[in-house]
Ligand binder design. Sequence first.
Ligand code: FES
Ligand code: FES
Length: 166
Amino acid sequence: MKKELIELRINGRTRELAIEPSKLLLDALRQDLQLTGSKRGCDDSSCGACTVLVDGIPMLSCTLLAASCEGQEITTVEGVSEHGALAAIQKAYGDWGGAQCGFCTPGFMMTVKHLLAINPNPSEDEIRHAISGNLCRCTGYTQMYQAVKAAIEAEQGQRQPEMVSQ
Ligand code: FES
Ligand code: FES
């Protein structure tokens, strides 16, 4: 298929690439830009492992045409760290065991980044609701809730969180 030249804004940089018009954003990120943090975990839009932010909104990159994202600001998990240092949510995931195999983690990171951007102090129910579209086979989710709460408290300069209920 004939390729077209497009420009994508990704993690604050403009990237030019020649791709087929039918190419999905997830494939463009992974295959053309070597941004392999976003994962393909399913074939029916059900896992959330491919989640990226498009103009700040969590979107499934496995369902978006890359060309349709021209002119929009795309953030992937590679863009979550801040000035070369781990963001609070990344550090908390490590500290609290929020990731085991890690396959789902990039998608969770993006969903949580959006949640904390629109609601800096979410309740446990709000956290659970926000990440309900991101599936994890390993952790049982409890450590993830703890990590999110720890990140919130770290951002607020508060003490470590209490254990959350299962
Ligand atoms: S790869 Fe599973 S929702 Fe996109
Ligand atoms: S940590 Fe393995 S799928 Fe979530």
